[in-house]
Design a protein. Structure first.
Length: 222
């Protein structure tokens, strides 16, 4: 390879890395306030010293009891992940995000599988109905254990005006020194999917709130 070509490629890689690093705080904390990023959340107790933490959030114009059913039915084979289904299904996840609450999917308990793929599942580690769902575990690659521990928390915080802050936190603890080389690209992809998921949950919950407030059509007496 010509020297000037190698120099150009090296410079391009360096610039790309610098840009990604510059926007890293934004995509790790998308939508979240500094207070939310610093606050303790359910699930934090499962990991003492995380190497990477992302905290993302969105405001939902609906109370927590309206938002919670959408959280309770998260998972493959249930309500889906409310994100880009077509991207997830490119790798065989078979996810179909629901647009309605399904009563059969509302029961969730510690120890239940939280599926991301028909053959791939995390485990429900903590449930506080109406407030928090926490899952943890690992996603193996080619039957080999992942080089990091992982927790994923979905937390609802009521606002004084009747709205809800939906806060989602991911925490990673590296088992191997090279785990960062996997987690950093994964976390960038996670941002793309997570912001869509947060907006998907918000839109569904707010739509449900509007539907319940809409007056019934008058009954014809003709």
């Amino acid at each position: 390879m010509p020297r000037h070509t190698l120099t150009g490629l090296t410079a391009m890689v360096g610039v790309t890395a610098a840009v990604v690093w510059a926007v890293r705080p934004w995509y790790l904390h998308w939508g979240a306030t500094s207070e939310e990023c610093a606050s303790a959340l359910p699930g934090d107790e499962l990991m003492d010293s995380p190497d990477l933490v992302s905290t993302r959030a969105i405001t939902v114009q609906a109370p927590p009891d309206v938002v919670w059913p959408w959280i309770a039915q998260l998972g493959q084979g249930r309500g889906g992940l409310y994100s880009y289904d077509f991207l997830e299904n490119l790798v065989g996840c078979d996810i179909h995000s629901a647009d309605e609450i399904v009563s059969e999917w509302q029961d969730v308990a510690v120890g239940d599988p939280f599926r991301l793929h028909p053959e791939m599942a995390l485990v429900v580690a903590n449930v506080e109905p109406g407030r928090a769902l926490v899952v943890s575990g690992e996603v193996p690659i080619d039957d080999a254990p992942m080089p990091f521990d992982f927790t994923w928390a979905f937390v609802l915080v009521a606002d004084d005006d009747g709205a809800t802050r939906l806060v989602v936190r991911e925490r990673y603890a590296y088992r191997e020194s090279w785990a960062r080389l996997i987690v950093e690209p994964v976390e960038l992809a996670s941002f793309v999917m997570s912001q869509k998921m947060l907006r998907g949950i918000r839109d569904r919950a707010e739509s449900a709130t509007v539907d319940t407030r809409r007056p019934s059509s008058p009954v014809s007496t003709a």
